[in-house]
Design a protein around this ligand. Structure first.
Ligand SMILES: [Fe+2]
Ligand SMILES: [Fe+2]
Length: 479
């Protein structure tokens, strides 16, 4: 059992552990490329054993454990951020692909043992299904006495990973709601909390891009600005990632896009949700949200620095690519990249969400083609292109009409790029329009008689119009 640690000890463990894990990662990685007696490998090993040995001498045994998508050292969860997330990802993959839940190092460990252990882990003939037994056997044969391993539980089925992502979306809503409330009452903003959530979103996008941004289809769950801010944030991170931004930049982009409409929080609901045309004063109040937002961001009392680009995004996200739009005083030749990204995803989310003042809710396809028409004048053409290619397939949670006359909800993206228009769909209405609790159908299924696809999506539909809340189906799944 791991003993209880004081906060100070935990803090120390964090730093030291990240150091140890980083060096372990380097050793494992380069040993895949070079022979184990290569000078570079040996050098790195020496460095690794130096930091590890230090910890072992002081503390005794050191256990590295993978549990529920997090790494623990001495029972303390190691926090990774965007800059070193790849280290976590690598080690997680190393451990899980070899059926390992934990590696324990004990005092007395020698460099030779590490060397032999690394070559065992890197053995190409390890079979994923029996890796644990093979490693255990090898440890014994090679007389590696100061390293032990633990076996992991069977891999999580795909379904529960989806459940996690659905939960993550809703937990984000509650979490950020709290952040917003606090901002309203005390003017403080817990940037760390928001960043942590964004990091989980980022991790999920890395695992499966289509799944997480498909979740933005779950609309009307809570008040508009909150729901909208989360969607814009998820879409912006996904788009920024496609555009090749670094993890650090994505973290700033996440914060900037999440806070882009901060200036709207104080606008009275009667104006925000007014079903009729706004008069000049009301329009001015709405347009002023860009100034208020920027001012608020500058004044925010935060635990950490609010990125300066967040201020720019708040100010610039209603400016068009040709610099018309508002605010009017702009003398710049161009808006910054983040503002261009947020401009696009903000517009898209607004179009595809039902608002009282707009008669029409655009389907995703309609929204994209409308936006395409405004390419160049309203939107940056290149970024829009990348966005359209990213979101072009049928996203999770969308309602679709099939050529059989049935209606379905897209439940799972097809990972194969050639079949991105053939996801898995849950049938929710039969050909006669009766609601059914239908099967989950894979649209790549071929009818053995006709030798053609059994079902094909004809078009996407507005869930709202059919009185369907895709969120209900997903929530049922997340129970
Ligand atoms: Fe806005
Ligand atoms: Fe917005």
């Amino acid at each position: 059992m791991d003993a209880e640690l004081t906060d100070q000890e935990k803090e120390l463990t964090q730093k030291e552990s990240v150091d140890i894990l980083t060096r372990l990662q380097v050793v494992l990685k380069i040993a895949k490329v070079y022979e184990s007696n290569n000078r570079i490998v040996l050098d790195q090993m020496e460095q690794f054993i130096a930091v590890l040995d230090n910890a072992l001498q002081r503390e005794g045994e050191l256990v590295l454990r993978l549990r529920q998508n997090a790494l623990y050292v001495k029972g303390v969860r190691i926090k990774f951020d965007y800059s070193n997330y790849h280290i976590y990802k690598f080690l997680q993959n190393e451990l899980s692909s070899k059926e390992l839940a934990a590696i324990a190092f004990s005092p007395g460990l020698t460099q030779e043992e590490i060397q032999r252990f690394v070559s065992i882990l890197n053995r190409k003939d390890l079979d994923a299904k029996t890796a644990y037994d093979e490693i255990l056997h090898a440890l014994d044969v090679e007389q590696i006495d100061h390293i032990t391993v633990e076996k992991s539980a069977p891999a999580e089925p795909m379904q529960s990973r989806e459940k996690n992502a659905v939960r993550l979306y809703f937990s984000g809503i509650y979490l950020l709601k709290e952040v917003f409330e606090r901002q309203k009452t005390t003017g403080t903003f817990n940037l760390n909390l928001a960043k942590r959530w964004m990091q989980s979103i980022f991790n999920h996008i890395v695992d499966d891009e289509s799944f997480i941004y498909g979740l933005t289809n779950i609309k009307n769950f809570d008040e508009y600005t909150l729901n909208h801010s989360i969607n814009v944030c998820i879409l912006a991170i996904a788009l920024g990632r496609r555009l090749g931004l670094t993890r650090e930049e994505l973290s700033d982009l996440g914060v900037s896009s999440f806070l882009h409409d901060l200036g709207k929080l104080d606008i009275p609901r009667e104006i925000l949700d007014k079903p009729a045309q706004l008069d000049a004063t009301e329009r001015a109040i709405i347009e002023n949200h860009v100034h208020i937002g920027a001012e608020k961001l500058i004044q925010l009392k935060s635990t950490r620095r609010i990125p300066i680009r967040a201020v720019q995004v708040a100010l610039e996200h209603h400016l068009k690519a040709d610099l018309s739009g508002y605010p009017k005083y702009f003398k710049k030749r161009s808006t910054n990249l983040f503002s261009k990204i947020v401009k696009i995803v903000d517009y898209f989310d607004a179009l595809t969400t039902k608002r009282v003042y707009r008669a029409k809710v655009f389907t995703r396809d309609d929204a994209l083609s409308l936006m395409q028409e405004k390419s160049g004048e309203e939107f940056d053409p290149l970024i829009l292109k990348v966005f359209i290619s990213m979101i072009g397939a049928y996203p999770i949670g969308s309602l679709v009409a099939l050529d059989t006359g049935e209606l379905g909800i897209v439940f799972e993206a097809n990972p194969h790029p050639a079949f991105h228009l053939r996801p898995k769909v849950k049938i929710i209405a039969d050909a006669d329009g009766n609601k059914v609790d239908g099967e989950l159908i894979d649209l790549t299924e071929i009818d053995p008689e006709t030798r053609k696809f059994s079902r094909t999506i004809m078009r996407s539909l507005e869930a709202e119009k059919y009185g369907i809340q895709p969120a209900d189906y997903f929530l049922a799944k997340a129970e």
